[in-house]
Design a protein around this ligand. Structure first.
Ligand code: NZQ
Ligand code: ZN
Length: 391
């Protein structure tokens, strides 16, 4: 295991009706003027926004609102949010929605207290200072409710890039699994896929002797394999949704990633798909992961064989471990298809003729040097081969 520091100070408030306590938690964490940030309208239709406002009113906390965050959130609304917060003297951002809304909130929070262009953070500058952020989560997926990360798409060039810093870890996150019951099945499945990707991307490590995090990841992947189909079959199953929601947080606040190198090639390669085609990030991952894993397999056959045996119940073929390793990837792919995820470019809405453009932005866009690294290092021709495997 490698040396690490783990700092995860978010206060999690979990369970039924907890959104009604939003005002109480804003007050506890020092907010005196709030920006309520939300997406395309699901929180308006469900009545959640009204309940959150009522909760702030009960604590006499003033607020302004900014809706309209799109999935794969854009830079334009972030600039708008930064201007609004400065004009209105906002000191607390309350994200009501999914990963996109939370990431947009984090970007605004960092941008308000920064003199330069907030995009600097998405080109490698660490976020050291930000307004406080709180979240009320409506979809189990990105894990942004407990992570120091934010992913934004810059409209000029459609670069989808991430930024990070403990300053934007939410002060509190309210997680009521019942709020996720209004999700369309496709979004629920995309969320399940994203959570499993966050686990796999950590499982694929070059570090030795990481038993505790290996076992945590395996346990969470087994949970997802069990609860995923239950919730797809019965969207109102509160208990299954509760297990998935907490798994989504634990999968990505780095509890499972400490002391080990991590992969993230599937995410890096997928981000170009959701940037270009505006597909759901989880759906893009469903198509990307089997191809990336197959490409990575020869780098460490035993790691993939271990996943196959421990997570997917495959028989170990001791004479041919690569057979077991491949069977595990196939089992994962079939699982994703079974919950309704796309299996190739066509089903995702991606086009083979765009591959040169995807590879160019992936390897050279916005200051990249021609390679991307994770479990292995990939050059342009590797990335081309991987995208072709998805066709
Ligand atoms: O915008 P509204 O109307 O709210 O609709 C949303 C949106 O269309 C809808 N939705 C959310 N909760 C709902 C609901 N519809 C009905 N009922 C509910 N309860 O679902 C759609 C997707 O929402 P979004 O916020 O985009 O989903 P998700 O949480 O999957 O976030 C995806 C974004 O997070 C980034 C992704 O790249 C993508 O941009 N990620 C962020 C990470 C992080 N910050 O740590 C890590 C991840 O790997 C990921 O990259
Ligand atoms: Zn993800």
């Amino acid at each position: 295991m490698e040396n690490f520091e783990f700092y995860s100070p978010t206060c999690f408030v979990f369970g039924k009706d907890t959104e009604n306590r939003a005002g109480e938690y804003v007050k506890r964490f020092g907010g005196t003027k709030v920006l309520i940030h939300y997406g395309g309208g699901s929180v308006v239709r469900s009545g959640l926004l009204d309940r959150v406002k009522a909760s702030l009113d009960r604590e006499s906390i003033p607020y302004v609102e900014l809706g309209g965050v799109k999935p794969n959130p854009r830079s334009g609304l972030v600039y708008e949010g930064i201007d609004l917060c400065r004009k209105e003297n906002v000191d607390f951002i309350l994200a009501v929605g999914g990963g996109s809304t939370i990431d947009s909130s984090k970007a605004i929070a960092a941008g308000v207290v920064y003199d330069g262009d907030f995009w600097d953070f998405y080109q490698g500058k660490r976020i050291e200072k930000a307004l406080s952020v709180g979240t009320i989560l409506t979809i189990a997926a990105a894990g942004s409710e407990g992570s120091p990360d934010t992913v934004i798409t810059k409209e000029e060039g459609m670069f989808k890039r991430g930024a990070s810093g403990d300053a934007v870890r939410p002060k509190f996150s309210i997680l009521n699994p019942a709020l996720t019951q209004t999700l369309p099945a496709y979004q629920t499945a995309a969320g399940i896929t994203d959570i499993m990707a966050h686990l796999y991307e950590r499982y694929l490590t070059n570090s030795e002797e990481v038993e505790v995090t290996d076992r945590l990841i395996e346990g969470l992947l087994l949970t997802m394999a069990h609860e995923g189909p239950r919730v797809i079959a019965d969207p109102n199953n509160y208990e299954a949704r509760a297990n998935i929601m907490w798994a989504g947080m634990v999968a990505h606040n780095n509890t499972c990633g400490v002391g080990r190198s991590q992969d993230w090639l599937s995410h890096t390669i997928e981000h170009e798909l959701s940037a270009l085609y505006d597909c759901a990030h989880g759906a893009g991952l469903a198509v990307t992961m089997p191809a990336v894993f197959t490409y990575e397999l020869s780098h460490n056959v035993m790691r993939f064989a271990q996943a196959a045996v421990r997570i997917w119940g495959c028989q170990m073929d001791f004479a041919h471990p690569e057979v077991t390793a491949k069977a595990g990837i196939e089992a994962f792919r079939n699982f994703l298809i079974s919950i309704g995820m796309p299996k190739n470019f066509e089903e995702l809405g991606a086009k083979e003729e765009d591959i040169p453009k995807l590879v160019d932005v992936l390897c050279h866009g916005d200051g990249r040097d021609g390679t991307i690294s994770g479990f292995i290092t990939l050059k342009e021709d590797d990335c081309t081969k991987i995208y072709k495997m998805m066709v």
